[in-house]
Structures are given as C-alpha cells and as structure tokens.
Design a protein around this ligand. Structure first.
Ligand SMILES: [Zn+2]
Length: 148
C-alpha cells in the first residue's frame, strides 16, 4: 500500500510505532529518577498500561505522543491521505485514553499525562516539566496534564 504523508508526519508516526521506550518516555523516567522518585515499568494489569507507575504515590504517568493521541496542539496535523482511517483511529485512541483515565481515577490512582509537545515543541521546558511532575506527585491532586 502506497501512502502519501509528509516527512514530519511520517517520523511522528514512526516514533509512535516504535512503541515502548520511545525517547519522551525515557526522558520522563530519568527526570523523575533524578528527582528521587522510584517506580515500576510496564505494569500491564492497570487500565491503559501506564508508562510509569509510582505505587508509593498512588500515581501513574502516561507520556502521550501528540499525533497518536490526537492532541489539540501545534504538533498535531491530520495526515493528508486516508482522512477517514486516521479520524477513526485517533478517535478510538482518545476514547481508550478517556476510559483508562476514568477507570484509574475511580480505583484511587492519580493520573499524570505528559504530552510530547512539552518535551519537543517550540516552548519546551524540560526542567519545568520535571518540577511540575515532582510537585504533583507530592500533592493530593488527582489529575495533572503537562502540555506545551
Ligand atoms: Zn501536544
């Protein structure tokens, strides 16, 4: 199947396809580690398979790619080809994200979402992200979204 997407979209798609251990996840893990947090990886029995689980803080963290999760931000652009396919796919991903988040919150987990754009976008502020997450982990706040 020949698919026509621009290079930026393609590399964004490929970085999503690589799945676990994409760079943004590694970055967030090392930031948290440097701030003294210890955590578990790949906890498959939790809804949505969070990227990072911090049982001591009753917290999980997702690192979301802006393309795959359909973020309303400058990193997201619809591919020019097969609009129906992508609309359906990304809508499904968003529904899964929402379901997982509700299930986690309902069972007493706190949920952090770090969007790729805050790590890669024009206004990126890596140390600010680390500080926001650290402050949130030490708080009682159920939900945080860190985005550009
Ligand atoms: Zn984004």
């Amino acid at each position: 199947m020949v698919d026509v997407v621009d290079n930026v979209t393609r590399s964004r798609m490929m970085s999503g396809i690589r799945g676990r251990d994409t760079k943004p996840e590694i970055l967030i893990r090392s930031l948290l580690h440097r701030h003294g947090f210890r955590f578990r990886l790949y906890v498959h029995d939790l809804p949505g398979k969070p990227d990072i689980v911090l049982p001591r803080y009753h917290a999980v963290v997702f690192v979301h790619g802006c393309f795959w999760h359909g973020h309303d931000c400058p990193l997201f652009k619809w591919p020019r080809s097969r609009p129906e396919f992508w609309r359906e796919k990304i809508k499904r991903n968003q529904e899964n994200d929402n379901r997982a988040r509700e299930a986690l919150l309902a069972s007493g987990w706190r949920v952090g979402v770090v969007w790729e754009c805050v790590l890669r976008g024009a206004g990126k502020n890596i140390e600010g992200v680390a500080q926001s997450l650290a402050d949130w982990l030490r708080s009682d706040t159920p939900l945080i979204e860190v985005r550009e």
